[in-house]
Design a protein. Sequence first.
Length: 198
Amino acid sequence: MSDLGNPTKKQLRRRLLNQRLALGVEDWRGKSDRLCGHLGQFLQAQQAKTVCAYQSFRQEPDLTPLFQILGITWGLPRCVGSDLQWHRWQGGNSLQPGQYGILEPDPQWPQLFPAEVDLILLPCVGGDRTCYRLGYGGGYYDRMLSQPAWQNIPTWGILFDFALLDQIPHDPWDQPLTGFHTETGPQPKSPQPKSPPF
């Protein structure tokens, strides 16, 4: 397959990552802030009390402004083998680089379990209108979301508008999300995707 025809996940991932990394700092900051503005209102409307999120890596949308919202307990992930382990995080606690260079909680911090979580915000390389997510290829989130304990928790992918396509390739093990949030607001599932824009 070629990039101009029907790209593989790997090709699409590279294209979207390059597009994201090409954003200027001001553009990236502005998009992130607009996204957080919409998302903050959404979280408050949902009355979310415990939210799993992430630390920005490779110019993913920066959720740092959200961590100041009072009344929300935040969970951040740590890679443990081939799985994600979640820990409660408070703004004053410093994070440490994990095995991929992503900032992670200290393993001594209190763990967060599925029964305590109201909502999950997932980092994405890309996504589509049928709510399939394109990640970095490690399968961490798909493995987690395939477990019964996590399956009924709303999952929202976080990305910029340009990375939300009508359709992306997906495999049987890929877990669809509830929807996506971009700098223009929530993007719920579309029942009838258009033809792939590849």
